[in-house]
Design a protein around this ligand. Structure first.
Ligand code: SAH
Length: 257
């Protein structure tokens, strides 16, 4: 079955966007996890510049805004997500500190040594983990942090089915020590890493999808791409339940040397 299931990158952007726009989060995570990752970041002040890359509709950005000092710029490639992001921010009276812009995390235009914190939950894989941490580094001030979450292997060896699925979907998936070594090599001090609790996938990511899937399939009745997308997500969820001992999301927090 896995050979018939498509890689998420093969789906039409608009259909994917519509699917995920209905959800508070577009990737695995939780408020507690965002707050925990933030606890490893030192030195933020009201003047700090924080950038949330691949912010989606801003679930984690709002949490960040409520617990971190400084101004936050959210960047996402999908205009519809940014529209919802800015509505969410306005609803919470955070517009004076938090703003969303459409843009690509692969083509940033900040000044060198300008940014105090790059945040990115479940999104750096879009340009590749190593490319992301290396290309963003120059924009950070010395001693500033990155905090990113990334799918990672928990074990050296995995059953073939899950190994093949994830290596196909994201060839850069790797073990936690290897990711930490990449961070060190890129010119950061690896400050911390921790595994996201299972509920970040089950209750917070896959369950909200189950709730919207029927409506989504009705809306796109007969649309092969929409049907494939739902099937793909159902397959990924089933694999997660079967193989969650072998992989998951990991938060990596690092400091620019
Ligand atoms: N951080 C959010 C969204 C994660 S999903 C959360 O945890 O809920 C990944 C996000 O990355 C999506 O919103 C997608 O639109 C965005 N994205 C994909 N490629 C991108 C790129 N090149 N630049 C910026 N955002 C991108």
């Amino acid at each position: 079955m896995s050979s018939e299931v498509k890689n998420i990158h093969e789906f039409d952007f608009e259909v994917i966007c519509d699917y995920y726009a209905a959800m508070e989060r577009q990737g695995p995570g939780s408020n507690d996890v965002t707050i925990k990752a933030l606890s490893f970041v030192e030195g933020l002040t009201n003047a700090s510049k924080i950038v949330d890359l691949g912010c989606g509709t801003g679930g984690q950005t709002i949490t960040l805004a409520n617990h971190a000092k400084g101004d936050i710029l959210g960047i996402d490639i999908f205009p519809k997500f940014i529209e919802i992001f800015n509505q969410n921010v306005a609803l919470r009276n955070l517009s004076h500190r938090v703003k969303g812009n459409v843009g690509s995390m692969g083509e940033l235009t900040f000044l060198e040594n300008e940014i105090d914190l790059f945040w990115s939950e479940g999104a750096i894989y879009n340009i590749g983990f190593e490319n992301g941490i290396n290309s963003w580094r120059k924009y950070l001030k010395k001693g500033a942090h990155i905090a990113v979450s990334e799918v990672s292997w928990f074990t050296e060896n995995r059953p073939d089915e899950i190994n093949t699925f994830w290596t196909d979907a994201y060839p850069e998936i790797d073990t936690i020590p290897n990711k930490m070594a990449q961070i060190q090599k890129a010119g950061y001090i690896p400050v911390a890493s921790f595994i996201l609790p299972e509920i970040c996938w089950t209750e917070n990511f896959y369950l909200p999808q189950v709730k919207i899937q029927d409506d989504f399939l009705n809306k796109y009745k007969g649309n092969k791409m929409a049907i494939d997308l739902v099937e793909n997500q159902r397959h990924e969820a089933a694999l997660y339940h079967k193989y969650k001992d072998y992989y998951g999301y990991v938060f990596y927090i690092a400091k620019k040397i």
